[in-house]
Structure formats: structure tokens, C-alpha cells
Design a protein around this ligand. Structure first.
Ligand code: FAD
Ligand code: DHB
Length: 390
């Protein structure tokens, strides 16, 4: 088999890249080691930046998002028993965010690919990436018990943090930058109308809590927990109790409902540089991870493949490799801004382990500043909705 672009991974990065290339008339093959059912139901992010929304729309996969996505113009920060509104749209020159689950983005992209009849292979095993330094990189994989070889011009490593593409780059090429956090998020999806109109990020002495949503009758809520806590220690009653305590506000009620899904997600910051080697280009979680507090992971993945798609299109149209050569440098500017913002939101809002009273005072001072100074709130807002000037 041969193709122009081999894409490893059918998450948001791989599927969006495949769609952008299809629109530009460039061939690709997408290889995914999980099943279609699995990738379409893996519950993760829920906040789309305006730039992400516009790109999906331009790629012709925005119809259901435009119908079912919920536009939000602000978020709330809660601390010290008070809830403060941050008017994102007013503070960011009119930009907004859309609440639309990653599961739905993935379903729309998979449906579009299937409808176009283009190669998207689920359930492949043993993917290996070889001869990256040559003109003709080769991918090998197994499907239905048979080994296949795929020759291509470019490999897009969109296979997430645990994928094989990053680790196929020879030792010594990549520099790694990382930070671990001593906490995690326990997330639930609950069959109950959201008790809030806009997201609530709550700082509380018992730990952070986040109130989000998926639709008019599905709520998505999170509480800070320890990364090593077994899920069995968190029966539904305990989760609701913590949510109630951490988000309590006079005159407001958090409505409870059946928990449909729950899971614990660890938190880390991670970046490799450069995001490319020879003809392999890493995109999304394969190259970088942010803690989820800034809602940036999915948006960064899509921003990367936007840059990559344009560079690949230019390479075929004009023969110029300028765009491909600068891929990593261009992406890393946005990546590091998101790394800083996500770290900043995370350390501002969570209960830090063995909290030093000095740190706790700094957190509260920062929260007061962000919710009382327009300049500080504007800085949060422009990062949250996604910077356009990078
Ligand atoms: P992924 O979505 O990870 O996609 C990679 C794909 O590659 C997967 O489908 C995987 O199965 C496939 N793959 C892996 N290895 C191979 C292989 N060897 N061969 C072939 N295919 C392979 N972000 C937020 O903003 N908010 C959140 O609440 C949030 N929650 C998260 C919860 C969890 C549990 C995780 C892991 C991430 C969460 N994120 C969140 C981050 C966000 O979901 C990711 O940044 C986003 O999914 C990145 O997209 P991606 O396409 O780069 O990677
Ligand atoms: C959601 C996830 C986030 O990480 C975040 O910052 C806001 C909302 C969500 O899943 O809805």
C-alpha cells in the first residue's frame, strides 16, 4: 500500500488532519488501534475555542455542532463562598466558546470520513514507524492477523501520549519538559439538567470542583482527588457530597441525578521539542499534555493539525518545504502559551498537597485580583477563548 500521508491515531488530531487533507485533495490513510465504538465513546474534553469551531465548520463537519453545541460567553470563578462572573466575550473582543463534547466531535469526523469512503482502519495492531530519515517512510501494522506495509511521503503522529510515534524517534533527538501534579480529577457524567448556565471553577479548602455540562439534560462535574485513589473509594453519594460542599452558595441548589459514567484522570504538563523528526510530525497529545484546568488539550491538538495541514498542502502545491520545516517552531509558540495558562489555572484553583499557608494566601490574592481587576480578567479571558495573535 502507499499513500501521501499516513496518520497514526483517530483521535481529534488525526481525524481533523485527515479531513483537512481530504478537502485539499490530498490522500491519507488513518490507522487506529482501538475500535470505532471505543473512540466514539471515550469521554474527555468539552470546551471548544472559537478558532476550533471555525476550523471544524470550514472543514464541513460543523453542522451538528452548530445545532447542538451551546455557545457560552463567560465562566465563573468561585472562592471564599462567592461566585464571580468572568465575561469572556466582553473581555476578548467578542470571542466565545462552544460546549460540545469531544465524543461528538469525534463522531462527526468519523461519520464524514466513512461517508467519503476514505481509508480509516480501526483495530489495527503492532503499528511500527520506520525509515523516518528516508524519502519514503514506511509504516507496518497488523490487521485481521495479516501484516501490512504502508509507504508514504509524510507520517503524522497523532497517536496520543501513549502512542508509538514519539518513541520511534531516535534517542537524543527530543528534549522533554514536564511537571507532575499531586492531584487528579474525578469526573462524572450525570443524567440531570445542569444547575448552572455557565461553567463554574471552584476553589475550596476541601479541593477544587468544576461544574460543566454536555447538553440541556446532561451535566459533567469534576472534583479534585488524589491520583492514586481507587474509584471504588468514590461511591456516587460521596461524589455528590463533595460537589455540594465545594460549590455551595446561598440561594443556589446543585441538583443531583443518576451517574452514567465516572473516571479518574491524572494531571501532568509535558512537552517534547522539536515536534518533528525527518518526515514524522507529532501533533496533539503525542507531543504535549496540559492539565485540563484551562480546557486546552483538544483545542491544541486541533491547532497543531491546522498548521500541519497547511504545510502539507503547500508542499504538494508548490514543492516548498518551508511550512513543514517550521512546523514545530510555529506550533510550540501556542503550545507553550497553553502550557503556561493551564499550569497557572491549575495552581490558582487546586488545593495544593500539604498546603503551605503562604501559598494558600497567594492563591486567594490571585483569585481576588483576577475577579476584580479588568486587566487581569482580560488576560484570563483571552487565553481561555484562545489567543489569535500567536
Ligand atoms: P487522543 O485523543 O489521545 O487520540 C490518539 C489516538 O491514537 C487514540 O484514538 C488512540 O487510541 C490512538 N492510538 C494510540 N496508540 C496507537 C497506536 N500505537 N497505533 C494506532 N493508534 C494509536 N482535555 C480537556 O481540555 N478537558 C478535559 O476534560 C479532558 N479530559 C481528559 C481525560 C482523559 C482521560 C484524557 C486522557 C485526556 C483528557 N483531556 C481533556 C485532553 C484531551 O482529551 C486531549 O488533549 C485530546 O484527546 C488530544 O487529542 P489527540 O487526537 O492528540 O489524542
Ligand atoms: C470540561 C473540561 C475541562 O477540562 C474544562 O476546563 C472545562 C470543561 C468539560 O469536560 O466539560
Amino acid at each position: 500500500m502507499r499513500t501521501q500521508v499516513a496518520i497514526v491515531g483517530a483521535g481529534p488530531a488525526g481525524l481533523t488532519l485527515a479531513r483537512l487533507l481530504e478537502v485539499a485533495g490530498i490522500e491519507s490513510v488513518v490507522l487506529e488501534n482501538r475500535s470505532r465504538e471505543y473512540v466514539e465513546h471515550r469521554i474527555r474534553a468539552g470546551v471548544l475555542e472559537q478558532g476550533t469551531v471555525e476550523l471544524l465548520r470550514e472543514a464541513g463537519v460543523g453542522a451538528r455542532m452548530d445545532g447542538e453545541g451551546i455557545v457560552h460567553h463567560g465562566i465563573n470563578l468561585q472562592f471564599d463562598g462567592e461566585r464571580h462572573h468572568v465575561p469572556l466575550t466582553d473581555l476578548s473582543g467578542g470571542r466565545s466558546i462552544v460546549i460540545y463534547g469531544q465524543t461528538e466531535v469525534v463522531k462527526d469526523l468519523v461519520a464524514a470520513r466513512v461517508e467519503s469512503g476514505l481509508p480509516l482502519l480501526f483495530d489495527v495492531d503492532g503499528v511500527t514507524v520506520e525509515t523516518l530519515d528516508s524519502e519514503r517512510p514506511r509504516i507496518s501494522f497488523e490487521r485481521d492477523g495479516t501484516r501490512h506495509e504502508l509507504e508514504c511521503d509524510v507520517v503524522a503522529g497523532c497517536d496520543g501520549f501513549h502512542g508509538v510515534c514519539r518513541t520511534s524517534i531516535p534517542a537524543g533527538v527530543l528534549s522533554t519538559f514536564e511537571r507532575d501534579y499531586p492531584f487528579a480529577w474525578l469526573g462524572i457524567l450525570a443524567a440531570v439538567a445542569p444547575s448552572i448556565d455557565e461553567l463554574v471553577y471552584a476553589h475550596h479548602e476541601r479541593g477544587f470542583a468544576l461544574l460543566s455540562l454536555r447538553s440541556p439534560d446532561l451535566s459533567r462535574y469534576y472534583v479534585q482527588c488524589r491520583p492514586d485513589e481507587p474509584l471504588e473509594d468514590w461511591p456516587d453519594e460521596r461524589i455528590w457530597e463533595e460537589l455540594q460542599l465545594r460549590t455551595a452558595l446561598d440561594g443556589w441548589t446543585l441538583h443531583e441525578g443518576p451517574v452514567l459514567e465516572k473516571g479518574i484522570t491524572g494531571m501532568r504538563s509535558f512537552v517534547v521539542e522539536p515536534m518533528q523528526h525527518g518526515r514524522l510530525f507529532l501533533a496533539g497529545d503525542a507531543a504535549h499534555i496540559v492539565p485540563p484546568t484551562g480546557a486546552k488539550g483538544l483545542n491544541l491538538a486541533i491547532a497543531d493539525v491546522h498548521v500541519l495541514a497547511e504545510a502539507i498542502v503547500d508542499r504538494y502545491a508548490s514543492g516548498s518545504t518551508t511550512g513543514l520545516d517550521s512546523y514545530s517552531d510555529v506550533c510550540l509558540r501556542r503550545v507553550w502559551r497553553a502550557e503556561h495558562f493551564s499550569w497557572w489555572m491549575t495552581t490558582m484553583l487546586h488545593r495544593l498537597d500539604g498546603e503551605d499557608p503562604f501559598d494558600a494566601k497567594l492563591q486567594l490574592s490571585l483569585l481576588r485580583y483576577v475577579t476584580s481587576s479588568e486587566a487581569a480578567a482580560r488576560s484570563l479571558a483571552e487565553n481561555y477563548v484562545g489567543l489569535t495573535t500567536l
